[in-house]
Design a protein around this ligand. Structure first.
Ligand SMILES: C[S@@+](CC[C@H](N)C(=O)[O-])C[C@H]1O[C@@H](n2cnc3c(N)ncnc32)[C@H](O)[C@@H]1O
Length: 282
């Protein structure tokens, strides 16, 4: 069945109408998924010959996307730090905002040859830990999560990225099952308050475990800062992603537990997104 450029334009217009930022890109990615052709091939084609099955599949996917299901959940992967990560219903979709954590880590450790021992608390797809390890080729790291299903996705991502030799993953309620001392600790914990309004595509398609942290959204920071001291040495750098407007509260929680704020990093929207801490030096 031949799909004309005009009918694809109709899909792109529909996507645009419902607020999808790059409608044509998404149409092409869906076509790429259905046909198995790569994005570049699709990019230069003006009309598409789909089998009847592919056509039915394409229409189903368009309907799912028009109902605000994130593209990554439909096609099963999302790009983060230039790498492809498998995503499922059990993992948070890696967000561009979280790349600010990578900027913070690279700024703290400019020498990429360092043999860092890294810890990622609440690893989800493993995107933070694995992106860090892809930058620091002599480093190793541990990702922990309370969701075994998320950890299985992280392990698969490590395999796909050729990083199984330098990464490990462990089921743990925060640091309960974690031992050792780390040079770099990163975390993008859940930080949404229970009553905070969220966009449909976030609250319906990302796991609640990855989003919510008590009434005020600060519960995870309270637990983490009260626990992590024993995993730190005097030079350990800790980078935490925060929600909009949480800088003061999180800094206070950290201070009460013996940590000093060292840096604040903003995301692309100029919102304070990542806080850098170290142990208070006596
Ligand atoms: C906001 S997501 C971040 C996922 C990933 N690091 C990222 O940046 O895309 C938070 C993660 O923390 C995990 N999590 C929530 N509560 C936890 C707990 N008590 N112990 C360990 N991990 C937890 C969730 O399962 C989820 O994968």
């Amino acid at each position: 069945m031949l799909i004309s450029y005009d009918s694809l334009q109709e899909v792109a217009s529909l996507f645009q109408k419902i607020g999808i930022e790059n409608p044509w890109r998404e149409v092409r990615l869906l076509l790429s998924y259905v046909t198995g052709k790569n994005y570049e091939q699709i990019f230069f084609e003006k009309e598409f010959l789909l089998s009847p099955d592919q056509n039915v599949e394409f229409e189903k996917l368009v309907t799912r996307r028009a109902n605000h299901e994130p593209l990554s959940k439909i096609i099963g992967y999302r790009e983060f730090w230039g790498l492809n990560f498998k995503v499922t219903k059990d993992t948070l979709d890696p967000r561009p905002d979280s790349e600010t954590l990578m900027e913070a880590a690279l700024n703290a450790f400019p020498n990429k040859g360092l043999p860092l021992n890294c810890l990622d608390l609440g690893t989800g797809t493993g995107c933070l830990l694995l992106s860090v390890l892809s930058e620091y080729q002599n480093s190793t790291g541990l990702g922990v999560d309370i969701s075994e299903d998320a950890l299985n996705v992280a392990r698969e991502n490590a395999l796909n990225l050729g990083l199984t030799g330098r990464s490990s993953f462990c089921l743990s309620n925060w640091i309960e099952n974690v031992g050792g001392v780390f040079d770099l600790i990163v975390s993008n914990p859940p930080y949404i308050g229970l009553n905070e309004p969220l966009q449909e595509n976030v609250k319906d398609f990302d796991p609640h475990l990855a989003l919510y942290a008590g009434q005020d959204g600060l519960e995870a920071y309270q637990i983490l800062f009260s626990q992590i001291e024993k995993l730190c040495h005097s030079q350990t750098k800790i980078f935490m992603e925060i929600g909009k407007g949480q800088r003061e509260s999180v800094t206070l929680i950290a201070k009460e537990n013996g940590f000093t704020l060292q840096n604040v990093y903003k995301d692309l929207a100029r919102i304070e997104r990542v806080l850098g801490f170290c142990l208070e030096q006596n």
